[in-house]
Design a protein around this ligand. Structure first.
Ligand SMILES: NC(=O)c1ccc[n+]([C@@H]2O[C@H](COP(=O)([O-])OP(=O)(O)OC[C@H]3O[C@@H](n4cnc5c(N)ncnc54)[C@H](OP(=O)(O)O)[C@@H]3O)[C@@H](O)[C@H]2O)c1
Length: 701
């Protein structure tokens, strides 16, 4: 299809007002690409106009009889405008009204497509034309076309004006598209023996009756509906089209002014026509070059049935899960890469995928080494398959703080991630494929103490992603938090980290690819834990909103029951003992039930808790008791009892005194206080940690 035209029926159809069914477009022009069996004309390559159920599409299938051959030099945009309007006007005048030379023809709304064709045909038949139009500009156009008498179509005055213009006799022919009283006025304007041709459908389908009075003057009432004609009298319709085609071929067809807009602007064109703002015809032209259209992300295929997908680190935990997901989603081939031979888990997964019909190929080797990426691409494309996606999940994690970073640690962490990504970039160069996803880490997003090399390698992947996208290449990176169950970060679950459920992770990846995201952090954020373990992360502007939410006003978030219980116990001189019990319970929740049995003399450092869990304990106490715990208290050989003493003291110091102010309980008991100081060995540790100004005691820092 080169172009389709809009007819009023299409607009009514689109607005749900058409009485019956009507396609979005029903005439247009284009070039034949295929002819059905037995069709001798037209032939492929012929330029044609046509009628039928066309829609607004690139191709249409129509009966050969509904095709109007066009001279080779015809402008297809102009030709698209003609079939319906020219055939309608031709049928109405040549077959139904048949004005004789000198007779008068009134054409309503004469600057529309049918109207202009009718004016042209009536003039060609030697008739005197009178016409109506809805605006001065339109009326001026009709005068330019030589129309003798031009009137306003928006009122009923035309009937009187027609009588005046015809010396009171009335017109011989009315081509009507007006409704209601205007239709009746048209009938009244007919001369004796006049022919009234109804082109509109509204009154007919609405069952609006016609006053029989005008029929006293021997008038004929006819109606035109090309769809009904094509369905009911196809041979006649074919002959009609042939007559119209002859007119076009002979150069006798009218030149109807055409306003062309691209398919993409169809809604605006429909609105223009609905408001009758146009002159002549509105035509929609099909895109000729490739056009970008916005697709609903849910309709974007992440995995294609003909696609081959490369997964580096594909024998690792997440790599295998991704492979299973790609296979489930219909991938034809998977090329999985790792340096070692597949382990038992990998063997099992690969076996299942192959049994399910996926062509799974394992290519062993170091992705950072020259040639290996090319090998992966060649394997993906073997036997004519199409490379559709690349997932770069290969990684080696080697920890080391910035101070301890050396070339070899950096090399170990950067090798697979950065070199590997670069090799894949080079090996896939010049190919069009759907996605290239790098498995980055939250370590790059928020930092990760002790993982300087790993964090920077992942940050490189994020930057690489941005760089590729800037060149129009597919690229996505996801800075993952820790995945649960298996995988390189699974051990963090034991340390209280909130983990990504692997199924959720894979679903998230699918969604990120669907939405073609550039760089995304996907990590469960336990703001309390983070504030204890990685307070620096919360200082980043990235988390400013979350951190602000957490910074509750002083005192909020405290466990008032705990404090009341502690204060009651303190008043009875049992404060430290009760809080020690409470601490055992908290430790039980963090490191397991055995902690609940711990006595007050156990040293916190002997519990074997790592820094993450110690910080979690600290955060809990700080929040619930509203007491700030100096770090040293946890790490310099302090006991559970000592910690309890410290907390009891702090709560007591904060409690309202009978005289007002704080510190009214008179302390928690001298023995306990001394014990705390001695046990922690922290000078000043027994002093209340939560000072009114909120600052931590100097010695506790
Ligand atoms: N799991 C998580 O919680 C988590 C969190 C954030 C980010 N990530 C990222 O997600 C990706 C996958 O993680 P994962 O948990 O599945 O890790 P994994 O189980 O350790 O898998 C990584 C795989 O990469 C392979 N590999 C390492 N160096 C390679 C090289 N030079 N060439 C080819 N393959 C190499 C390893 O196999 P060989 O040693 O046999 O080569 C390993 O099977 C990694 O990039 C990781 O950084 C994971």
């Amino acid at each position: 299809m080169h172009a389709v035209s809009l007819n009023y029926a299409n607009v009514l159809g689109a607005m749900g007002l058409y009485p019956g069914t009507v396609p979005l477009a029903m005439d247009g022009a284009g070039t034949v690409v295929r002819a059905g069996d037995g069709v001798t004309a037209p032939r492929p390559g012929d330029r044609v106009a046509m009628m039928g159920d066309l829609g607004i599409s690139s191709h249409a299938v129509v009966p050969a009889a509904a095709v109007l051959p066009l001279p080779a030099d015809t402008d297809l945009t102009e030709a698209a405008a003609l079939p319906c309007v020219l055939t309608t006007a031709w049928y109405a005048l040549r077959h139904l009204a048949r004005p004789r030379p000198g007779e008068t023809v009134l054409v309503h709304a004469a600057t529309g497509g049918v109207g202009l064709c009718a004016v042209h045909i009536a003039q060609a038949m030697g008739a005197r034309v009178l016409a109506t139009a809805g605006s001065e500009a339109k009326r001026a156009l009709l005068r330019d076309l030589g129309v003798e008498h031009v009137m306003d179509s928006r009122g009923l005055d035309f009937a009187r004006e027609v009588r005046e213009a015809t010396g009171g006799a009335g017109v011989d022919v009315v081509l009507n598209c007006l409704t209601g009283r205007a239709q009746r006025a048209g009938l009244e304007a007919l001369a004796v023996g006049g022919r009234f041709v109804e082109l509109g459908k509204r009154d007919i389908y609405a069952g609006n009756g016609i006053d029989p009075a005008p029929f006293r003057r021997n008038i004929v009432f006819a109606s035109v509906d090309l769809q009904a004609l094509a369905a009911g009298r196809p041979a006649f319709m074919a002959g009609l089209l042939a007559e119209v085609a002859d007119e076009i071929a002979a150069g006798r067809a009218p030149r109807v002014p055409v306003t062309a807009r691209p398919y993409a602007e169809a809604p605006a064109a429909f609105r223009t026509m609905a408001a009758a703002q146009h002159i002549g015809k509105l035509v929609l032209t099909a895109p000729t070059a490739q056009t970008e259209i916005a697709l609903d992300p849910d309709q974007v295929p992440v995995v294609r049935g003909d696609g081959a997908y490369i997964v580096t680190g594909g024998l690792g935990a997440i790599g295998l899960r991704l492979a299973a997901h790609l296979a489930r989603s219909g991938a034809a081939r998977l090329v999985l890469n790792g340096r070692s031979a597949p382990g038992p888990r990998a063997e099992e997964v690969i076996g299942k995928l192959r049994a399910g019909g996926t062509d799974v190929r394992v290519v062993r080797g170091d992705i950072a080494e020259p040639g290996l990426a090319e090998e992966l691409v060649a394997e993906a494309e073997a036997e004519g398959a199409r490379l559709r996606g690349v997932a770069h999940a290969a990684a080696v994690i080697a920890d080391g703080t910035v101070a301890l970073l050396d070339d070899s640690t950096l090399e170990r962490t950067w090798h697979a991630k950065t070199q590997g990504a670069w090799r894949l970039h080079e090996a896939t160069g010049g190919r069009a494929f759907d996605w290239f996803v790098c498995f980055s880490s939250a370590a790059a997003l928020v930092g990760s103490p002790g993982q300087a090399g790993y964090a920077s390698a992942n940050a490189w992947l994020d930057a690489f992603t941005v760089w590729r996208r800037a060149q129009g290449l597919p690229a996505t990176s996801v800075a993952w938090g820790a995945w649960g169950e298996d995988g390189a970060g699974a051990h963090l679950a034991e340390r209280g980290m909130t983990m990504i459920d692997p199924d959720e992770g894979i679903a998230a990846l699918d969604r990120l690819l669907r939405h073609d995201r550039a760089c995304t952090g996907y990590l469960p954020v336990d703001i309390d834990l983070w504030s204890a373990v990685m307070p620096h992360a919360l200082e980043s502007p990235y988390f400013a909103d979350l951190a602000r939410q957490r910074r509750a006003p002083e005192g909020e978030g405290r466990d008032t029951e705990l404090i009341a219980m502690a204060l009651a116990a303190i008043a009875e001189g049992r404060g430290a003992a009760v809080i020690a019990e409470y601490l055992s319970d908290q430790l039980g929740e963090i490191i397991g039930d055995s902690a609940r049995e711990l006595g007050p003399d156990v040293r916190l450092t002997d519990l074997g808790i790592d820094s993450l869990r110690a910080l979690e304990l600290r955060t809990r106490i700080e929040q619930r008791a509203g007491v700030r715990i100096p770090t040293k208290l946890l790490w310099t050989g302090g006991t559970l009892g000592g910690l309890a003493e410290f907390i009891a003291d702090a709560i007591a110091a904060e409690a309202p005194s009978p005289e007002g102010g704080t510190g009214g309980t008179g302390g928690t008991g001298g023995a306990a206080r001394t014990g705390a100081g001695a046990a922690t060995g922290a000078p000043g540790a027994a002093a209340p940690a939560s000072r009114p100004d909120g600052a931590e005691p100097e010695a506790a820092r």
